[in-house]
Design a protein around this ligand. Structure first.
Ligand SMILES: Cc1cc2nc3c(=O)[nH]c(=O)nc-3n(C[C@H](O)[C@H](O)[C@H](O)COP(=O)(O)OP(=O)(O)OC[C@H]3O[C@@H](n4cnc5c(N)ncnc54)[C@H](O)[C@@H]3O)c2cc1C
Length: 330
């Protein structure tokens, strides 16, 4: 365990300099903050609330870096498996920093809408629809936050975040405080460069940074059509059983060179329903592992490894997990 007295001193100093409403809990079970409903205690869980978020977060990241205390940035917890031992250091929950960031501006022939990172992906789609703007329909019904969706370059229904992203506002907390001499904790505005994104890859995976906001280029559309598309996506997810059990969506990346989706490969080997402890390959989808009841994070990790090993033995393909195993795995 990281020394909690040191963490308390860091948090107190940040609060003195940048007072901010906080949910602050020591030894907080991460199972309460992940869609898999697994994960042991975070040494310290902190959720800054409201407009004080950026200044408080910047101060916290700087102080923690100086102290050598690790910080894990939490979005909606929809793509992570937190170890049963939990997370050492500080978990910074972004879900208290929501809504539109500033006024929408013009972008080419359309309009840009910028969202704070903690806004849920589904809410962002709703807000765009309410403004009569098309472009975020694909996010309707997808669990997680805008920050997490940008970090993951989330994709579904043949669209990905990089298709619509215009700019990301970040706090870079790497050693040199970011590029171009920008002094940490300044907010860097990073124009979207589509070439820097790939399949479930974003440039933010290669630099220690907090994504504060994301701007999207949207086009005026017909309200009814936008809503119909969003409803169709939500219904499709519902029908495919996405919300029936705790999970983190697809477990493995798809790899074009395999000639078929990872889920299909798993299905063809008859591995649907395979179970280790409380973790099970979803009866409705080969590429989803569910918490079928009382799963430990270790069960999910073991089942992920078992699937990869069986696929490798049978086909030679090496499946690569896209869910992230985070925290203290010993
Ligand atoms: C039922 C279900 C269906 C799903 N369907 C899809 C799908 O169709 N397509 C898809 O792509 N994914 C899907 N997912 C996975 C998940 O919804 C996405 O990956 C989502 O974008 C994760 O966002 P999050 O906020 O939950 O991130 P988290 O899981 O909280 O975090 C993921 C990573 O992003 C980092 N991160 C989060 N927020 C920030 C931030 N503000 N700044 C810096 N780093 C940050 C975290 O540190 C972590 O490394 C699904 C998940 C579920 C449960």
């Amino acid at each position: 365990m990281v020394n909690q007295d040191r963490i308390r001193r860091i948090i107190d100093a940040c609060q003195r300099e940048h007072p901010c409403g906080l949910e602050l809990i020591y030894n907080e079970p991460m199972a309460a903050h992940t869609t898999f409903k697994v994960g042991g205690p975070a040494d310290c869980y902190v959720k800054p609330l409201g407009d004080g978020f950026p200044a408080f977060a910047a101060r916290l990241l700087r102080a923690a870096r100086a102290d050598g205390t690790p910080v894990f940035i939490l979005g909606g917890g929809a793509n992570i498996v937190v170890s049963d031992r939990g997370i050492r250091g500080i978990v910074l929950d972004t879900s208290g920093w929501t809504g539109e960031a500033g006024k929408g501006g013009r972008f080419g022939n359309g309009l840009a809408l910028t969202f704070r990172c903690g806004t849920s992906a589904d809410d962002a789609a709703e807000k765009a629809a309410a403004a009569g703007l098309s472009g975020l329909e694909f996010l309707a019904g997808m669990p997680g936050s805008i920050g997490g969706a940008v970090w993951m370059n989330a994709r579904c229904y043949e669209r990905e975040i990089a298709d619509v992203l215009t700019e990301t506002g970040i706090l870079d907390f790497s050693e040199d405080g970011g590029s171009k001499g920008e002094a940490f904790p300044g907010i860097l505005r990073v124009p979207a460069d589509k070439a820097a994104f790939g399949y479930k890859r974003s440039p933010f995976q290669n630099r220690p940074c907090l994504i504060l906001s994301a701007g999207f280029a949207l086009k005026p559309g017909r309200g009814r059509e936008i809503r119909n598309e969003m409803e169709a996506h939500r219904r499709d997810r519902e029908a495919r059983g996405h919300y029936r059990y705790p999970s983190a969506g697809s477990v493995f990346r798809n790899n074009r060179t395999f000639g078929k989706p990872s889920g299909k490969i798993i299905d063809e080997l008859g591995l649907r329903g395979l179970r280790i402890g409380g973790a099970q390959v979803a009866p409705c989808h080969g590429n989803i592992i569910i918490n079928a009841g009382g799963a430990a994070a270790a069960d999910i990790r073991a089942l992920t490894g078992e699937l990869a090993a069986r696929v490798k033995a049978a086909t030679g393909f090496v499946l690569e997990p896209e869910i992230l195993f985070v925290g203290d795995w010993g």
